[in-house]
Every structure is written in C-alpha cells, then in structure tokens.
Design a binder for this molecule. Sequence first.
Ligand code: FAD
Length: 317
Amino acid sequence: MIHTDVLIIGGGPAGSACARQLKQAHMRVILLDKVPFPRFKPCAGWVTPQVLKLVGMDEESYPLGLTEFKSFEMSIKGVQFRLPTHQFAIRRFEFDQWCLQKADPEFHVHEVHEICLEKGEYIVDGEFSAHYLVGAAGTHCPVTRTFFNQTSPRKQSALIVAQEEEFQYDVQDPRCSLWFFENKLPGYAWYVPKKYGFVNVGVGGSIEELKRRDDTLKNHWNFLVNRLEETGLIRGHVFKPAGHSYYLRQNLPEIRNGNAFLVGDALGLATLDMGEGIGPAIQSGQLAAEAIINGTDYSVDSIPRYSFPSLVGLRKK
Ligand SMILES: Cc1cc2nc3c(=O)[nH]c(=O)nc-3n(C[C@H](O)[C@H](O)[C@H](O)COP(=O)(O)OP(=O)(O)OC[C@H]3O[C@@H](n4cnc5c(N)ncnc54)[C@H](O)[C@@H]3O)c2cc1C
C-alpha cells in the first residue's frame, strides 16, 4: 500500500490546481488519473484572462497555442450581432498537460474503482491510502459516487450533453461564432478557430429539455454540420464527434464529507449561462487545497455562477 497525505483522483484543471497548491505548502500529494497525459478532453477551451491569472500565466508567458478573441459573432434565435469580449482559446490536450507539469505531483496512471474509509484513512483499490481525498475525476467521479450521491443527488435539470470535434483545418474565418437556441436547441452551438491550424466545433444543451421535446443532440449536430458546410466555415471534412456530459452549477448541500472533497465537474460547477467549467474547476481545486492546508471550511460560494453576469442583469431588468 502506498501512503500519502492527500490523494487526488483526476488530473484535469481541478485536480492539478489542487495538487499545485498543496505541493507549494509542502504536503505529500499523489494524483491518480485513468489515462496518461497529455490526454484528449472534449472541450471548446475558452478561458478568460482571469483563468489564465489563476494558473499563474498571461498571454505572453503561455508557451503553447493561445488564441485571443476581442469579440464573438453571436446569433440568438437568428438575430445576429457582435459581442465585445476578451477571451482566449486553449487546446485542452496541451493546457491540461501544462497545468499538470506545473503542479508536478507524484502521478500514477490508475483507474479508480473502489474507495473505502477505514479508521480515518481513505483506501483506494487496496493500493493507495491517504488522510485526505479529493474527487476531481469529472462527471463520473468515483468519489462523488461513493461518498456524495446519497446525501447530494444532482438534479438532471442541470445536466448538459455536448458533442464536439477538434481537428486540423485550413481555417479561413478567424472569428469565433456562437449560435444560441437555433432550430429549437436548448443550448448553443459553436465554431472556435484555434492556433496552429486547429478548429473546434460543437453543440451542447439540456438533456432534460431535449427529451421533453422528443428531440436529440444528434439532430442538432447534423444541423450544425450543414450550417458549417453552407456558410463555408468548414467544407469537406468527415466528422467524428465525441460526446460528453457535465453538470451546471447547483446548490448542493454537501461538497465535503469528512476529509473527502469534491472539485470541478465532480461537483458540477460550470457557469449557468455559458457552461464554462475550466475556471470554476481551477478555483475549486485551489479552495479545497486551502481548506486542507489551513484546516478551514471548504466553500465554493466565491466562485462566479455566470460567465456574463452583466448580461444576466440586463435580462432581468
Ligand atoms: C464539449 C464541451 C465543451 C466545453 N467547453 C468549455 C469551454 O469552452 N470553456 C470552459 O471553461 N469549459 C468548457 N467545458 C467544461 C469543461 O470542459 C469542464 O468543466 C472541465 O474540464 C472540468 O475540469 P475537471 O478537472 O473537473 O474535470 P476533467 O477535465 O474532466 O478531468 C477529469 C480527469 O479525471 C480522470 N478520471 C475520470 N475517471 C477516473 C477514474 N475513475 N480514475 C482515475 N481518473 C479518472 C479523467 O481521465 C480526467 O483526466 C466544456 C465541456 C464540454 C463537454
């Protein structure tokens, strides 16, 4: 059995942010992920300047592909306009590996199946033990399943399903386009050109709403592919999309159970308007680390619920 102070399950932005902070406080950390890094993660990869700051970098110091957007080409139910913004797009394949390298925890490729608590120690698959356990393994995290589903069941109304593909393409249009609620999609579709000749396209929406309308995400994926072809944004590509699901922010009664903590998608923290989860994942990882280091309460109340709070405010008026 390998023993450590803190065992983190999952090496995405949440797990690596937590590991980085704990290591800086000289704690012994082991991070387990079911796959070696770099690894594929379905994600459009938008990040705000604040997210870059959270991981201690800016546009100059990030050594990998970073695309800057000063506006989005928006379409809401067919009404088109340009939304000024300041965001970046990273490639998750690169960014997550970079974050993990910065954190530099002891890393084991290991898919976690069984966790139990014995005499105050968390035992994982009979191979690893620790006094603290951090669940950072995304939507299907085994820590959520084992210690939280009974006390904090997640609402299906907050579940988003998404399909996307990132691939090399001779990009002609460098603008980022978003299409909201078109063809009755309860969500939005995107076209995000990235650095070094990559592009990410996808579609995501509420599974509950889709089911209620007897609709499917595949229908909306096909609609997007036709749009890309017709507008000339992408032509002649044979698509092989990947699917994934994750939860938007909810008010969960329990985010910590004893010395077991949930962070990132394992908790479900993506913003309620745009479904952005990278920033909340990093922030929650850091907050869990602070609680462990200082022996203080763990709260995610300080993490913003919206990507565009000003637009939400406008809508309410
Ligand atoms: C199609 C799509 C587009 C998105 N676009 C954006 C966007 O543009 N901007 C944004 O901010 N957010 C976006 N999101 C959300 C964002 O991807 C997530 O919120 C974010 O990745 C959460 O990070 P995490 O560290 O919690 O989990 P993850 O990044 O999912 O990392 C979890 C890790 O746990 C590992 N793991 C899983 N199970 C086990 C196990 N049993 N044992 C060991 N390891 C395990 C996995 O291999 C993985 O490496 C998007 C999501 C999707 C699906």
